[in-house]
Design a binder for this molecule. Structure first.
Ligand code: FDA
Length: 300
């Protein structure tokens, strides 16, 4: 119930304006977000790299309804990619590139980001957003992969079709990030209970780890990480053939512990001024974060 309310709030423009204008301490937002500027993002990247972690950077922004704003997002990615150190790539939300009002524009914008990444010797992964965008995102992914086959996909295990999507993407050269899914999706298209979502995640992992692609297992869930390790052994996968991924600020000790076992661990690092939607989804995942967030309003 609380999760649904927070996810609905994540889409409310009015609430967004109120919360963004409130004197929220930098500390609260900074727990999950690297900062507002490219320089902040690069500094956090260097710190994580020096701890042996890989990085994927997300320039915050989504649901853009304006071609000029989408253009600014492309330019922000181009500026970032030019300065990325080795071991860092980028994650991109297609709705920040115009997907909600012009799929062709979103594809053209994503092509520019992929081209910049290609020149810099790095990769792009397309985030997966609301269930209504899945078909369009998979179309754009297929078009991008014609020229940039290393473009990464994200599959949300809460989708009833997740296992089928994974089977279609488990081929050589295919980078696939598997996550549980962070948006509100109706029962017709998505599993609703945590148990069903976890079981779907395991089925998807089995497909990806047995396949010949490059799985990117994005979860903080200790049970799923244990199962992933068992699948690594069963499928005789060297650590170089897949990676774990976690969000910046969430289970940072576990990120370092896993990397210490020899596994590749990539941290998803969001940065930029448009933190509202991202923050609200993190709050929806964990009520304890909500208490922490609300306290910052009363203690300021
Ligand atoms: P779960 O939510 O069950 O959490 C397991 C444990 O992790 C918790 O018990 C807690 O210890 C810790 N934890 C999890 N979330 C926390 C939080 N917010 N604060 C503090 N602790 C927390 N989703 C999506 O729909 N599209 C996408 O493109 C992506 N991309 C993406 C990339 C990467 C690298 C990650 C790690 C995640 C995503 N997600 C995403 C988000 C994902 O769908 C999911 O909502 C979160 O990862 C939380 O799910 P867990 O698998 O961690 O399990």
């Amino acid at each position: 119930m609380l999760r649904r309310t927070l996810l609905a709030a994540a889409r409310s423009a009015g609430l967004r304006r109120t919360i963004e204008a409130a004197p929220v301490t930098r500390g609260v937002v900074r727990r999950f977000i690297a900062g507002e500027t490219t320089a902040d993002a690069l500094e956090t990247t260097r710190e994580l790299r020096s701890d042996g972690l890989l990085v994927t950077l997300d320039h915050l922004g989504e649901d853009t309804l304006d071609a000029k704003q989408a253009e600014k997002t492309v330019q922000a990615y181009e500026e970032l990619i030019d300065q990325l150190p080795k071991g860092a790539e980028v994650s991109v939300k297609l709705t920040a590139l115009g997907q909600s009002f012009d799929e062709d524009l979103a594809l053209a914008n994503a092509r520019r980001i992929c081209a910049a990444a290609g020149r810099a010797g790095t990769t792009v992964t397309l985030d997966m957003e609301e269930h209504t965008t899945v078909a369009s995102t998979l179309r754009i992914l297929a078009a991008l992969r014609e020229e940039h086959p290393d473009t990464g996909a994200v599959i949300q295990a809460y989708l009833r079709r997740a296992e089928e999507y994974c089977a279609g993407l488990a081929h050589a050269g295919s980078r696939v990030r598997l996550c549980k899914g962070a948006y509100a999706a109706p029962a017709e298209v998505a599993f609703q209970s945590a148990g069903e979502i976890d079981k779907s995640y395991v089925r998807c992992m089995k497909v990806l780890m047995a396949g010949s692609g490059y799985p990117m297992l994005a979860t903080h869930d200790p049970r799923l990480i244990e199962i992933a390790d068992a699948l690594r052994v069963i499928n005789e996968r060297p650590f170089t053939t897949f990676e774990y991924q976690m969000l910046y600020g969430i289970r940072p000790n576990e990120q370092r512990r896993l990397a210490g076992t020899g596994a590749q661990v990539r941290v998803y690092v969001p940065y930029g001024g448009e933190w509202y939607g991202y923050m609200m989804r993190r709050l929806a995942e964990r009520p304890a974060n909500l208490a922490f967030f609300l306290r910052s309003f009363t203690t300021k």
